[in-house]
Ligand binder design. Structure first.
Ligand code: GTP
Ligand code: MG
Length: 197
């Protein structure tokens, strides 16, 4: 994908504030600190566009990025982050769930999993929610640069087994550090932006 422009559009806290121009959008979900904002930046080849941090809980609200004035990337808060007050957390979770279930322009959700760990209960719940909502999901195993060749094979296999994935389901190994996975992700994302609603 040739990225001619990529800019932050806005952060919203209510569904009604989402763009209404009908452009397709791709959202990124996963637990706090898994690397959602970093992956988004790597895909757009724009360091620092989406704010990243070593501390979990960096991304708050629903963040829209305008890409090529043609579609949106949507950076979401991570789940499983305990430091946010309970009321705020349940409100985020309510809004995010509504967004993922009912947002018409949403063409694909990229769900990120940390390649080093077995998926958590929250990861399972998210995948289940997306399957029920019939939103196409693409899985990416992040921070793959932190694993040796052997660990990589072993962990990817363990993640597949844990999520009970079909043989034809894909998990894209990804690293924001080496940019491994950028091309394969685009190969799946690009056609989704073209598909009719
Ligand atoms: P929240 O917004 O808090 O939900 O986190 P996030 O999922 O957006 O994670 P973010 O992109 O902010 O990255 C969290 C930390 O992991 C940062 O310190 C990143 O530099 C680091 N990180 C992200 N992706 C990778 C990766 O592929 N490899 C390595 N080694 N570090 C990564
Ligand atoms: Mg983030």
């Amino acid at each position: 994908m040739n990225i001619t422009s990529a800019t932050f559009l806005k952060s919203v806290i209510r569904i009604e504030e989402c763009p209404r121009d009908g452009r397709p959008e791709i959202a990124f979900v996963g637990r706090s600190n898994v690397g959602k904002s970093s992956l988004l930046n790597a895909l757009l080849n724009r360091k620092g566009l989406a704010k990243t941090s070593t501390t979990p809980g960096k991304t708050q609200m629903i963040n829209f990025f305008d890409v090529n004035r043609r579609f949106y990337f949507v950076d979401l808060p991570g789940y499983g982050y305990a430091k946010v007050p309970k009321g705020v957390k349940s409100e985020w979770s309510r809004v995010m769930t509504a967004y993922l279930r009912h947002r018409e322009p949403l063409k694909l959700v990229v769900q990120l999993l940390d390649a080093r760990h077995t998926p958590s209960d929250k990861d399972h719940e998210m995948l289940e929610l997306l399957r029920r909502a019939r939103v196409p999901v693409l899985l990416a195993a992040t921070k793959i640069d932190k694993l040796s060749r052997n660990e990589r094979t072993r962990n990817l296999k363990a993640i597949r087994a844990d999520l009970d994935l079909d043989d034809d389901a894909v998990i894209i190994p990804f690293s924001a550090v080496t940019a491994e996975g950028v091309k394969p992700l685009w190969e799946i994302i690009a056609p989704c932006l073209k598909s009719p609603t």
